[in-house]
Design a protein around this ligand. Structure first.
Ligand code: ATP
Ligand code: MG
Length: 361
């Protein structure tokens, strides 16, 4: 029995299918999603259109990555009977709202968005990125607002995007619904606004560093430990992290500049054991870097083992087909809410010429 499209407050978040999910996603957002599944009506969006911003010529890969991300979600414990899995490109209301919102936000405001600037830098996009790249930040306002959610569980890098989304929601409600510009954020809907002003919910770790010890762990930067990595791959990737200093086991070291200890803090459940390792590391009390890394490898593998097992159920073409069925069922449910929001927006904008219905074949 499904409990979605219910009266519970809504949550929206999602991932871009530019590769598989990694440990940063887990601690930055997935943990929160799992926690919220019961209390909220959750929508998890596959932002497949946004994957085209950086790899338009690799559409086959985007198709497969879309399926792989859902396998990761299911493996982590996202339950499609409690939460709604949504394919962005089959929710036309998102594309339509993106246009409406693009009219309400100054071009320069979009280009000043610090997350876009960081992405242009870290992904080496230079000045060759397509027009659609900055447009994705506007599109993301529509991804979120089409579900009129209360919360958006995300990592730290998304805060700038959520802020923009909040600005767009306020502006729409002020311009088209007569909401007073001095209204408190939580009062916008009560004052007749179509859109609530959603809040970002940052995960336990807002920004997990990558295995390069520098940038945020990212699908596109070759610095990620993927949730679907084998124990051997995990060992190899953690083993290759530069500990920030060169030392022998009996040399005093600084755990604070060693990214392996960041992973220890995040993934080793026994905080006392980590504190003790740090103490010995500081003193140079016979603690090699290899030992710390192995402790991290074991902890990460303990987290990933049940995820790997669940993921194995969806291997092969049959698994792919089962995943597509799940996406289709979720997207159909999502379109009920999305069409309702679009109609509300059109009514407010005097675009309510006639109603329409969508059909999935
Ligand atoms: P890409 O490199 O393609 O941008 P990504 O690894 O940044 O991929 P996204 O799909 O952009 O992943 O992000 C999905 C969600 O995971 C967002 O809420 C984002 O804030 C969060 N997230 C991504 N990387 C991290 C990280 N290293 N630490 C914490 N949260 C993260
Ligand atoms: Mg990203």
């Amino acid at each position: 029995m499904t409990t979605t499209n219910s009266d519970k407050p809504r949550v929206l978040t999602g991932d871009t299918p530019t590769g598989r999910l990694h440990l940063g996603h887990y601690v930055g957002s997935i943990e929160n999603r799992l926690r919220l599944q019961d209390e909220y009506d959750c929508y998890f969006l596959l932002a497949n259109m946004h994957a085209f911003t950086t790899r338009a010529e690799r559409s086959r890969e985007i198709h497969q990555d879309t399926i792989e991300i859902v396998k990761d979600w299911l493996a982590c414990g996202i339950d499609p009977n409690r939460s709604t899995i949504v394919l962005q490109t089959e929710v036309p209301a998102i594309a339509e709202l993106s246009w409406f919102f693009a009219m309400l936000i100054p071009f320069n405001r979009v280009m000043r968005n610090p997350t876009l600037k960081t992405e242009i830098d870290s992904k080496g996009l230079g000045d060759t990125y397509p027009f659609g790249f900055p447009m994705y930040a506007v599109g993301q306002c529509a991804d979120i607002l089409v579900f009129r959610p209360k919360y958006v569980p995300v990592g730290e890098d998304q805060v700038a995007h959520i802020e923009m989304c909040r600005e767009v929601a306020r502006r729409f409600d002020q311009v088209y619904c007569g909401v007073d510009s001095h209204a408190e954020d939580e009062d916008y809907e009560a004052q007749g606004g179509v859109f609530p002003i959603p809040e970002a919910l940052i995960g336990r770790i807002g920004r997990l560093v990558g295995t390069d010890g520098k940038h945020k762990m990212s699908k596109s930067l070759n610095n990620a430990v993927f949730l679907s990595d084998t124990p051997k791959q995990v060992k190899k990737k953690i083993g290759a992290i530069y500990p920030g200093q060169s030392r022998e086991p009996n040399d005093p070291g600084d755990p604070d500049i060693n990214p392996v200890f960041t992973f220890a803090d995040v993934f080793i459940k026994d905080a006392g054991a980590v504190a003790e390792m740090k103490e010995r590391y500081r003193k140079g009390d016979n603690l090699g870097d290899g030992h710390v890394k192995m402790a991290v490898v074991d902890a990460v593998n303990e987290l990933l083992e049940p995820i790997r097992e669940r993921r194995a159920q969806y291997e092969g073409p049959q698994g792919d087909a089962a995943v597509v069925d799940i996406i289709r069922a979720g997207t159909e449910r999502a379109n009920v809410v999305a069409e309702e929001t679009l109609w509300m927006a059109k009514e407010a904008m005097s675009l309510d010429f006639w109603r329409r219905s969508l059909e999935t074949k």
